[in-house]
Design a protein around this ligand. Structure first.
Ligand code: AGP
Length: 611
């Protein structure tokens, strides 16, 4: 989604802003822009629709230079994706603003500001902010005071960066509902919506909190909280290398991230297992006490993370008998919920900044839940900071918009949660925890073996290159795996893909099946295998083309219209993790064949920070 970069330094900051925008490209965007105050004290800007590369080219032709500036990648919400709507937005060439989020009362503010004589040149909600600020600055004279007054009138979500030609030594920022991080340098300071944008210039960061306003100068950073009190925010020194920006030997980040899974799953497990047990304290110091009280689990997430939650429901109810409900955050947050006593509220998110998931967590506070827990990949994210308990998945930065390693590490985290909760309440079958801990220890190397099927999957992908529709089928815990496979295929190859529990076929979707409809199925050797086989016969009888990822012991044979890709036999409980990998590879190779933008598919954003 939209990205913000800002800098104030003694050197020309244009290259820093452009590099920052490139590092944010993975988040998804449709236009980009940059504004600086030049050596004559003039606000200058360049904007382009399309990629940052086009902005960079324009910058080479009409170079901009300055020691303070802001830049943005926009993902259109209000107004078409075009240059006129791209940020930064100006008011009278005196103030420039970039904005992430949505201003809900923009229509009313626009009318008010038009009444005051302001002319609008874009269709965006953001433009009201810059004119409002201009008005306040002329009223109050001080940019920080003007920003504090202006945000009082904004309803909605914002991460803002502001510069004013009349005050060329300071960069202002405001955060409400959209993350911002300040990067600290030596005699220079920076701002971004994601620390990744600044890893080339610093490894020291402080994170703005909800309602914070910051004034960033070359040699100082001042922050005021939501009550207007001046506050200090903790500075964090990041250790991790800048691994994310590099695709290494791989053609796409997505493929790199698929191949990283054995290594990152190992990291998810590190420090979380004793000899034959899961360490409950891995979830936080209060976890042991709280887990003993849990009678029910409510899981909330979006997209791929929601699918991880669906798998967890099978594990929690199947292995521990603890009731579990799973719901997408965008529905849950607007629904009146009857909270069961002693319910653990669990959010799952790669980014930890997904607007709907965060809103659901905030609504859950005070609603009667026992405690909140997040399974998240970003230690500094809002979800981690605002939850009582947390398990970091430690997957490392995920750059491809399509979640891959984030999903499998979430599954590992959720299996750890299942075992920790089950033991806390003596609800696990004798020996089960030790058995599954052993399986988890073997998981990284066995995932490496599964990736050995890559060539076979690449070959099968050819069957999909010209197709327009596909069905993904699974039964039991493999149903969410099928849902995840369908989501992957649709988001990066743009082929319409639907997932169904195989038993539902004859209740409607069977009508779609013909020889032009590939039907993808995952078939581990579990208790539902025979039922699944009957469902697959229903497809064959209608001429459907079956592609089955099947346990080598499942007794599935290649025949006319049936492609069987054999998988080694795996433990039934961990099967959803193993069977996810070939589906990720399948969507990847289909997308490559269709020539789509694999890492940044159209219309999508990596981190969905608006509703
Ligand atoms: C999946 O490939 C997508 N990137 C998307 O569904 C994603 O999982 C969803 O937007 C939730 O994001 P989160 O895990 O960062 O909260």
């Amino acid at each position: 989604m939209c990205g913000i970069v800002g800098a104030v330094a003694e050197r020309n900051i244009t290259p820093i802003l452009l590099e920052g925008l490139k590092r944010l490209e993975y988040r998804g965007y449709d236009s980009a822009g940059i504004a600086v105050i030049d050596s004559d004290g003039q606000l200058m800007r360049l904007r382009r629709s399309g990629k940052v590369a086009e902005l960079e080219q324009a910058q080479q032709q009409e170079p901009l230079a300055g020691r303070i500036g802001i830049a943005h990648t926009r993902w259109a919400t209000h107004g078409a994706p075009c240059e006129r709507n791209a940020h930064p937005h100006f008011s009278s060439n005196e103030i420039a603003v970039v904005h992430n989020g949505i201003i809900e009362n923009h229509q009313a503010l626009r009318e008010q500001l038009k009444g005051l004589g302001y002319l609008f040149t874009s269709d965006t909600d953001t433009e009201v902010i810059v004119h409002l600020l201009h008005y306040k600055l002329h009223e109050m004279g001080d940019l920080a005071a003007a920003l504090k007054a202006a945000v009082q009138e904004l309803h909605g979500a914002y991460g803002l960066a502001v510069v004013a030609a009349s005050q060329p030594d300071r960069l202002l920022a405001a955060r409400s509902g959209s993350p911002l991080v300040v990067g600290l340098g030596l005699g220079e300071n920076f701002l971004a919506s994601d620390q990744l944008a600044l890893r080339q210039v610093t490894d020291r960061f402080l994170y703005l909190e909800e309602g914070d306003i910051a004034e960033i100068r070359r040699d100082s950073v001042r922050i005021w909280d939501i009550e207007g009190r001046e506050v200090q925010r903790e500075t964090l020194q990041l250790q991790e290398g800048a691994e994310a920006a590099d695709k290494g030997e791989y053609r796409h980040f997505m493929l790199k991230e698929i191949h990283e899974q054995p290594k990152v799953v190992q990291r998810t497990l590190e420090g979380r297992l004793a000899d034959d047990q899961v360490l409950v304290q891995a979830f936080g110091p209060q976890a042991a006490e709280l887990f003993a009280k849990v009678r029910n689990v409510q899981i909330i997430a979006c997209g791929t993370s929601f699918h991880a939650g669906m798998v967890a429901r099978y594990w929690l109810e199947g292995l521990t008998g603890i009731p579990c409900q799973v719901e997408v955050a965008s529905e849950f947050r607007y629904r009146k919920v009857a909270v069961q006593p002693d319910t653990l509220f669990v959010t799952i998110s790669q980014s930890g900044e997904t607007a709907d998931t965060l809103a659901a967590l905030r609504n859950a506070k005070g609603a009667g839940y026992l405690a909140s827990l997040t399974i998240c990949n970003v230690a500094t994210s809002s979800l981690v900071r605002e939850s009582d308990l947390c398990l970091l998945t430690n997957a490392g930065p995920e750059i491809g918009v399509a979640s891959t390693k984030a999903f499998t590490t979430q599954l590992v985290g959720l299996l750890l949660l299942t075992l920790a909760l089950g033991r806390s309440q003596q609800r696990l079958a004798a020996g089960l925890e030790a058995e599954l801990v052993g399986e988890l220890r073997r998981l990284p190397s066995r995932l490496g073996e599964v990736l050995g099927m890559e060539k076979a999957v690449e070959k099968v992908a050819e069957l999909f290159a010209e197709k327009h529709h596909t069905l993904f089928l699974g039964r039991g815990v493999q149903y969410p795996v099928a849902m995840e496979g369908a989501l992957k295929l649709k988001e990066i190859s743009y082929i319409h893909a639907e997932a169904y529990p195989a038993g539902e076929l004859k209740h409607g979707p069977l009508a779609l099946v013909d020889s032009d409809m590939p039907v993808v199925t995952v078939a581990p050797n579990d208790e539902l295998l025979e039922k699944l086989k009957s469902n697959l016969q229903e497809v064959r009888a209608r001429g459907g083309q079956l592609i089955v990822f099947a346990d080598e012991q499942a007794g599935m044979d290649k025949e006319d219209g049936v492609q069987v890709i054999p998988m080694s036999h795996v433990h039934e409980v961990l099967a959803p993790i193993y069977y996810t990998l070939p589906l990720q590879l399948l969507s990847y190779y289909v997308a490559v064949l269709r020539g789509t933008d694999v890492d940044q598919p159209r219309n999508l954003a990596k981190s969905v920070t608006v509703e």
